[in-house]
Design a protein. Sequence first.
Length: 447
Amino acid sequence: MSSQAGTTNIAAALSEEEHARQLRRAVIASTVGTTIEWYDFFLYSVVTGTIFNKLYFPNSDPLVGTLQAFLIYAVGFVARPVGAAIFGHFGDRIGRKSTLIATLMLMGIATFLVALVPAYDSIGIWGAIILTALRFIQGVGVGGEWGGSVLLAMEWSRKNSHRGFIASWPQLGVPAGLFLANLAVFVFRAISGDQFMTWGWRVPFALSLILVAIGLWIRLGILETPTFRRLLEEDRIERTPMLEAWRKQPKEIIVSAFARMAENGPFYVFTAFVFSYTVGILHLSYNFVLISMLVASVVSWITVPLAGYLSDRFGRRRIYILGAVLTGLYGFLYIWMLDTRSPVLVFLAIVMSLIPHDLMYGPQAALIAESFTGRLRYSGASLGYQLASIVAGGPAPLIATALFAAYKTGYAIAWYIFAAGVISVIATLMLKDYTNKDISAEYDHTR
């Protein structure tokens, strides 16, 4: 306890200049760390529908093989609330920084091991079983990452009027990780050529170890957040924060999950299922879709922080609901543009798909995290955020594949996206808007 108190006293003595420096380092550490975590997670998105279905389910019908591969893909989403529960507990007990170091290592090691999993022709169904176990571990890691990375940045901000913008930077890890994952596959697909199915796809997974080393070096150089240190100093650390979050703020947890329906579900249609749809069904060029996805992720580097900034100006809920409405409507235009098979329209459909999503994803970190009191914030925000992976992100590619198989038209998928938009609008209206309001350690949401 004495070492913790010492850390607290040192932090209390930080000057404005030193505090600003720590804020910058916290934002960088959060953004780089989440980028690495999502790079690891998104590699699955890029190769699941076109590589894993053939390597690990070679005897299945192509559509059935795709469904089987997406089932393994979905396991990572089922594991995310588990990671939120485990690391949320420790994040509220021992601090944001230590917990984030653990999540980064867990994710990186699991991703590296994916590169070593033998295919079906070597060990039969055991390849798919090992892949499933590693995917589960990946999900646990990313499940604990989000809450900590957002709080690491947001809780260093002293200005209530900037919280949406500050908290949006860790969200950049998603488009940045998506960009790196697609770029890595594109590069090693070109390098390995005909050997991509044999060894080329494995290299991007193996490179995860290098990225993790970089992320650890950055994260080890930051201090714990002022909010957690203040809670520690005042002896207000909960013994069982996850249980307390469920007991005291169950509405916020559940509503946060459903508020993500239009953001989380359609996102994985736009970034994962799109490869199966455009390449497997519409017979478009895999590299063309990869390049389109790269451009889409670069656009998000602008739209995500911009949306966070706009939420500081006009309110979290207002910007978030706008994004949910536009996403629900865009699904119809998206499918129409893809179905034309026109290179220009397909390119625009993919590039524009993440813009309405980003209107939600930018303000989302602050919208959800602000809803929970400081001593339960890691647990509550993480669980609310990650529960969406069960009802939205995880099953989305499976639902999209099943809908197309049943109705033979992409517009069935568009209706699914529309329904997700409606659910998100209703749920978001049930969340309180804490834009520019005090959410410091002294403010107790549960009273």
